[in-house]
Design a protein around this ligand. Structure first.
Ligand code: ATP
Ligand code: MG
Length: 300
């Protein structure tokens, strides 16, 4: 380099792409589904980016003008924290909805940073729910019934996103029985596809036995590092197995993404220009168009 800007270097190419993406996003028009879509973010594998994706996609969708409800269905309450929602003892939560029959509308809290985004928080109480639910009537339909009741009144909601724990227990079952669609985040890592067959089989069984409308609609590649061969190989493998399901947008591994939750924020609000935020906004835009297209098709 001789003092001028060198657009051939990987860093400047990256910056150019970031700028072009941000310009595109500024003028982008998000799609709106014609009726509310319930999407469950699931993968029984831990730490693959379920919560990060549920949080950032919901913020980006809400900023794109959609009305979004996030249901935190993980006792860890990480989605609640990242969205700036209190979830200490005594807070009405997803536990009260599932086990106590509380109406979702009574539990929702508005996200302090983002308009059009409401959160059903999760507290540690949910960790005992698996056992308490076993004897309840309609135990697989508890969340589904609550969401149906909520949406029958709040018809202007566009998307309900449910963040699941890393298991295929009764809480996740409830989240899948309540859903129209499943999003599976896949971490671009060694063993990325491990456990996917089990998840697929479980979802197939739930479709046959409990929820005929359920389908896997979306795969999102997370923590992608395009500088490594492994990441590239995983991405290529996922795309070759699931060409229609995998979003074009991928989420890069980025420190900003992982530090945002400690400020009670999504990366989209914490550092909107960062690569991670731009990637989640692109993924949300793409997702919104898919939701709009699918809901138009299902009316025909
Ligand atoms: P669990 O199974 O425990 O619920 P999860 O699937 O919800 O986990 P996350 O909590 O979203 O996964 O992510 C796991 C960890 O990886 C977190 O510390 C998160 O901050 C970090 N992380 C997620 N996405 C990224 C990313 N794109 N870049 C860097 N770190 C990330
Ligand atoms: Mg999580």
């Amino acid at each position: 380099m001789t003092g001028g800007r060198n657009f051939d270097s990987p860093l400047s190419a990256q910056l150019e792409r970031n700028l072009a993406d941000r310009r595109m996003l500024e003028n982008a028009v998000f799609g709106h589904p014609s009726r509310p879509v319930v999407m469950t973010v699931a993968n029984q594998k831990g730490g693959v980016g379920k919560t990060t994706s549920a949080v950032n996609l919901s913020v980006a969708l809400a900023m794109g003008g959609l009305r979004v409800v996030v249901i935190d269905a993980d006792a860890q309450g990480n989605a609640s924290s990242a969205l700036g929602i209190a979830h200490g003892p005594g807070v009405l939560s997803t536990y009260d909805v599932i086990v106590g029959g509380q109406a979702i509308a009574d539990v929702l809290e508005p996200c302090p940073d983002v308009e059009n985004l409401q959160v059903c928080p999760s507290t540690i109480d949910l960790s005992g729910a698996e056992i308490e639910m076993v004897d309840l009537p309609r135990r697989a339909y508890l969340l589904s019934d609550a969401i149906s009741e909520f949406l029958s009144i709040h018809r202007d909601v566009d998307v309900v996103l449910i963040d699941c724990p890393p298991s295929l227990g009764l809480v996740t079952l409830n989240a899948l029985v309540a859903a129209d669609q499943v999003m599976i985040p896949i971490q671009a890592e060694y063993y990325a596809l491990e456990g996917l067959t089990q998840l697929w089989t479980s979802i197939d069984r739930i479709r046959v036995e409990l929820n005929p409308k359920l389908r896997i609609s979306t795969i999102l590649l997370t923590m992608v590092d395009r500088r490594t061969r492994l990441s590239e190989e995983v991405e290529a493998e996922v795309r070759s197995h699931f060409p229609d399901l995998t979003l074009e947008a991928v989420i890069p591994r980025s420190v900003r993404v992982s530090e945002a939750p400690s400020y009670g924020q999504s990366v989209v609000t914490y550092d909107p220009r960062s690569a991670g935020a731009v990637a989640y906004r692109k993924a949300a835009l793409e997702l919104s168009h898919r939701l709009a297209a699918k809901s138009a098709a299902s009316r025909e």
